[in-house]
Design a protein around this ligand. Structure first.
Ligand SMILES: Cc1cc2nc3c(=O)[nH]c(=O)nc-3n(C[C@H](O)[C@H](O)[C@H](O)COP(=O)(O)OP(=O)(O)OC[C@H]3O[C@@H](n4cnc5c(N)ncnc54)[C@H](O)[C@@H]3O)c2cc1C
Length: 442
């Protein structure tokens, strides 16, 4: 399979991109990382920053960026888990505030990495706009504004209809939450650039090297096996996100679900002028199944969300969903009727990692704290996983930092029940969210 088929972003990578050599021998390392998305690459990069002498190896089953990191919407944003309301309900006010601050740090930190290392990933710090398009969505935004006010956080602007109409030529938006610190980028290019700087620091990366299993040996070290090779290591990091359920120890901690994106042809100057979108901020609405959309560097509109494809067990062939694609195509002209007739040039999907409480987790497997996992970032992992990599590196280096002490680090996730019960429950939750969207959030 050509990895470029998995998203338009992956198609924008250089045509002569060659995968690194697979692991075909028995090796030793201090740390082995399974998964070459943002989490794995950032962990490797930060481990070498903190302890340059560490021998760090990444094992990626396809090519770095093959997973969600090479297919996402490219929003660098501050959402922790699904919504602020859920985080507050699940963990309480103080922890929800800590989560918001961690995410603000994540967005600023990713901005810092991109600019300091001159990562070529079409990064535009244009902000993030959450729009309410119905009375119920206005209520939701008002609730979030109240929370932010109570926490005394600054840096978020309230956009009324007049302000919104200066930006956009659409009658669709009724209230806006604008966060200037956020940005948009080409996610696949970010992944490949993260790979570049990790390798520059000395991380060894094997591609086309799916990990088939691992075991703990009598000496306390791990033996990690791929199809043709093996690595013995002291520390093991599972940076496999939505794919984590292939490992029995992580199986019930999260479940994958697929979110989808459609992409238009590039807009002509006149078409772009007709819709406004002057700030070029990434936009989301406030439904349960949000729609997220943005301009690309060459002025296409990428429109995603609206619904998800659920998976049964470890079925990862859920990239294509024609019903969701049609819905997203229609939604472009629902928001911008001026674009009637615009051509759709690409459609794709990718897996996000869902925990039962819709919140991320970084944790240990076993009591000796030598195996670490990170999962459950939902559709909000671009900035978060980049900072999570730093947090995981600090955990391995036995550092105590504001990040390693956070409530979601080392927390126990609520297990998903086995199939078919898990599939049944997720169908029910999806049905409820869709109904709510139809009845009150439309
Ligand atoms: C369509 C879509 C839109 C999204 N939009 C946004 C957005 O706009 N903003 C945002 O913040 N977040 C968004 N997300 C979420 C974000 O993309 C993820 O949270 C983030 O990329 C997760 O990074 P990761 O490194 O943890 O996982 P991944 O990028 O999925 O990396 C996991 C890697 O592990 C590899 N792997 C799996 N099994 C094995 C194995 N056995 N051995 C070796 N390697 C293995 C995979 O090939 C993969 O490369 C979106 C996700 C999707 C799918």
């Amino acid at each position: 399979m050509d990895f470029r088929e998995k998203s338009w972003w992956l198609e924008t990578l250089p045509a002569d991109l060659k995968a690194n050599e697979a692991l075909e021998s028995s090796e030793k390392a201090d740390v082995a990382i399974i998964g070459g998305g943002y989490t794995g690459l950032s962990t490797g990069y930060h481990l070498k920053l903190l302890e340059p002498k560490l021998d760090v190896r990444i094992l990626e089953s396809e090519v770095c960026g093959f997973g969600a990191s090479g297919r996402n919407g490219g929003f660098s944003m501050t959402l922790f888990g699904l919504t602020k309301g859920i985080t507050k309900f699940r963990f309480g006010d103080d922890k929800a505030k800590a989560a918001q601050l961690y995410m603000e740090e994540a967005v600023d930190y990713l901005h810092g990495i991109i600019t300091a290392n001159k990562l070529s990933c079409e990064y535009e710090r244009n902000g993030y706009l959450l729009v309410a398009t119905s009375p119920a969505q206005i209520k939701r935004l008002e609730h979030d504004f109240e929370i932010i006010d109570r926490w005394g956080l600054k840096g978020i602007e309230r956009w009324d209809v007049k302000r919104l109409s200066k930006e956009f030529n659409t009658g669709y938006y009724r209230l806006g939450w604008f966060e200037p610190r956020c940005g948009i980028l080409n996610p696949a290019k970010l992944a490949r650039e993260m790979k570049r700087i990790a390798e520059k620091k000395g991380v060894i990366i094997y591609e086309n090297s799916p990990v088939t299993g691992f075991e703990k040996k009598g000496d306390g070290r791990f033996l990690v096996r791929t199809e043709k090779g093996a690595i013995r290591c002291d520390y093991l990091v599972f940076a496999t996100n939505a794919y984590s359920l292939v490992f029995p120890q992580l199986k019930s901690m999260q479940a994958p679900a697929f979110t989808h994106i459609v992409l238009t042809e590039p807009l002509y100057r006149k078409q772009l002028a007709s819709i406004g979108w002057k700030s070029r901020a990434g936009v989301e609405d406030a439904r349960d199944f949000i729609h997220y959309y943005r301009l690309t560097a060459d002025n296409r509109i990428a429109m995603g969300g609206g619904d998800v494809s659920l998976t049964f067990g470890a079925n990862f062939n859920r990239d294509v969903n024609d019903k969701i694609f049609s819905h997203l195509e229609h939604h472009i002209t629902e928001v911008f009727p001026q674009l009637s007739g615009i051509k759709i040039t690409r459609r794709w999907g990718g897996p996000v990692s869902i925990t039962v409480d819709m919140s991320p987790a970084i944790g240990y497997i076993g009591n000796d704290r030598k195996a670490i996992y990170s999962l459950g970032c939902m559709g909000h992992g671009v900035s978060m996983t980049s900072l999570n990599g730093r947090t995981i590196a600090e955990m391995i280096c036995k550092m105590k930092t504001p990040r390693t002490e956070l409530f979601f680090v080392g927390r126990k996730t609520i297990p998903w029940p086995p199939e078919p019960i898990k599939f049944g429950i997720s169908q029910m939750v999806r049905g409820y969210m869709k109904l709510e969207d139809r009845l009150i959030y439309k």
